[in-house]
Design a protein around this ligand. Structure first.
Ligand SMILES: C[S@@+](CC[C@H](N)C(=O)[O-])C[C@H]1O[C@@H](n2cnc3c(N)ncnc32)[C@H](O)[C@@H]1O
Length: 509
């Protein structure tokens, strides 16, 4: 009996790309299960999962085994700081007390993220606004068992350590459990939803805020692109989309712009939403009660209102982490990214490189300009052009190219790195630090960016931070395999960079 058909079905159904080693482990558990259910053929078992009422329950159990549901309250402090300090104040101001705020936590696992979000939303509404329309926070997941524990709203007492002091009042300790208080629970609803299906909408038609964190890292590249497109479709103009800090896209949808704040980044849909009272108080909810959606309401979750024509630009998932398969996932994703570059003018890039080697800089510039005309949203030719200008000492032209590269592909870490390097050369250490930090938000293993940051600290007389950053570079060099690090070493070997760090350590001690 071969499990390939089952794997294909599960991948198609959930969007996951199951790494080979994990599949080997899972298949060893699934196959006896198929036999125990009395199926001789995997194909029959698959159609049972797909079409039979009992089979659906079986599918849910398989999904429970397949998915990774690691989560916690206020996971990734920088994200919640950005929500508290920037995103929610902006949304509250946009709503002007006239309409209900709506937020969706997609792939919510056992609910910690959804309740954290609801706490931040509740706290953001000051007393006056609390008299206005009640906010609405939806948590969805593909695994029913996870939703059942989310709805219960009770967690081991130790979770209190994850909750910032400011929000602890939203939990109530009873015996060994911490219970989410009613004032938070009453704005929250949980419902099943598969991100491969059309997304839910709130009664107002579109979401002010969507969190979809640490879900897409398990998806195939195409599936991840499609999910992001679907999310953008149900996001309000001026609304925010927050992905996991490791779920980095380049060539982001033209509807979205990236914002960097509080040590993290998130996306905002272009345009502004007015305070429209039509999505107000009584129209907030689309489904019944906060904790027990009815059968009808469940159906609603996956029914999409037809939308206006929507244009989707390709996205590239660059990096991921979280799972044990971190390095593999990244490598696979890059391979996909390459195969998605069919329309990119690689020939011009190769020609420009060859001409540069031969010392024909004018020829190289000509080729790069041609490449930019053909693929204006591709950062690569702009980066290379900036490098040529940097070599020639033309800082102004290099700056122009890098800013254009960042505009074209804000989630590509390299132009941020080059910009940081340029600012350092110009002696503008404040801007150099900002640019290098952005490169590092986007690619924490960018060893050369970390090394450049250490220099920026040293040059601006912050030696303790400079030394700490050098230690971080060394830690990265020691812990990440060199094959994975190569793109982030900027033509040096790991050993060369290690030597430079040791030398700087000796000088700065
Ligand atoms: C690692 S958890 C992330 C939980 C939370 N978002 C966080 O960042 O802490 C990933 C969750 O995504 C859910 N998930 C995976 N595939 C999904 C899909 N196709 N549709 C909806 N949820 C999915 C899993 O069941 C799991 O609970």
């Amino acid at each position: 009996m071969s499990a390939a058909e089952l794997r294909a079905f599960l991948e198609q159904h959930t969007g996951f790309r199951v790494p080979e080693d994990r599949w080997q482990f899972l298949a060893a558990r699934f196959l006896p299960r198929i036999e125990a259910r009395g199926f001789d053929e995997v194909a029959d078992y698959v159609s049972y999962l797909d079409r039979d009422e009992q089979g659906r329950r079986e599918l849910d159990e398989l999904l429970g085994l397949l998915t990774v549901r690691k989560t916690s309250f206020f996971r990734n402090a920088a994200c919640f700081k950005a929500l508290r300090m920037t995103v929610l104040p902006q949304l509250v101001a946009d709503a002007g007390g006239q309409r209900a705020l709506s937020a969706w936590s997609a792939g919510c696992a056992s609910g910690e993220e959804t309740y954290s979000l609801a706490m931040v939303v509740c706290a953001a509404l000051d007393k006056d606004e609390r008299d206005g329309p009640a906010p609405y926070v939806l948590g969805t997941d593909i695994v029913h068992e996870a939703l059942a524990s989310a709805r219960e709203g009770s967690y081991p007492l130790r979770v209190l350590h994850d909750v910032p002091e400011h929000y602890r009042g939203y939990l109530r300790g009873v015996g060994q459990r911490a219970w989410v208080r009613e004032e938070v629970r009453e704005v929250v609803e949980f419902a099943p939803h598969n991100l491969m299906q059309p997304p839910p909408r709130p009664a107002s038609g579109s979401w002010d805020l969507i969190l979809c964190r640490n879900v897409l890292i398990y998806f195939g590249i195409e599936q991840a692109r499609e999910v992001v497109s679907r999310l953008v479709r149900v996001l309000s103009p001026g609304g925010y989309l927050v992905l996991g800090h490791a779920e980095v896209f380049t060539d982001i949808d033209p509807e979205l712009e990236v914002e960097f704040a509080h040590g993290t980044f998130y996306y905002r849909r272009r345009g502004a939403r007015s305070a429209d009272p039509s999505g107000g108080q009584d129209a907030t909810r689309r489904w019944g009660g906060p904790s027990a959606p009815t059968a009808a309401s469940r159906r609603d979750v996956s029914r999409e209102t037809p939308t206006r024509g929507y244009q989707r630009a390709p996205l590239e998932l660059l990096a991921s982490d979280e799972s044990d398969t971190r390095a593999d996932t990244r490598a696979d994703t890059r391979a996909d990214t390459r195969s998605g570059d069919r329309e990119r003018p690689h020939a011009e890039i190769l020609a420009a490189r060859a001409l540069r080697e031969e010392g024909d800089e004018a020829g190289a510039i000509r080729e790069l300009r041609a490449a930019i005309r053909k693929a204006p949203r591709w950062a690569k030719p702009r980066e290379l052009l900036a490098e040529l200008y940097l070599e020639a000492g033309d800082h102004e032209a290099a700056l122009f190219c890098l800013e254009a590269a960042i505009d074209a592909a804000p989630m590509d870490p390299r132009p941020h790195f080059l910009l940081g390097d340029l600012r350092r050369r110009q002696g503008d250490y404040r801007r150099a630090e900002v640019a290098l930090r952005r490169a590092l938000y986007l690619e924490p293993d960018y060893a050369s960016a970390r090394y450049a940051l250490a220099w920026v600290y040293s040059l601006s007389d912050r030696l303790a931070r400079a030394r700490r950053e050098l230690r971080n570079v060394l830690r990265t060099l020691d812990s990440v395999p060199e094959a994975r690090l190569t793109p982030w070493l900027e033509d040096r070997s790991a050993n060369e960079l290690r030597g430079l760090c040791r030398q700087a350590q000796a000088e700065w001690s």
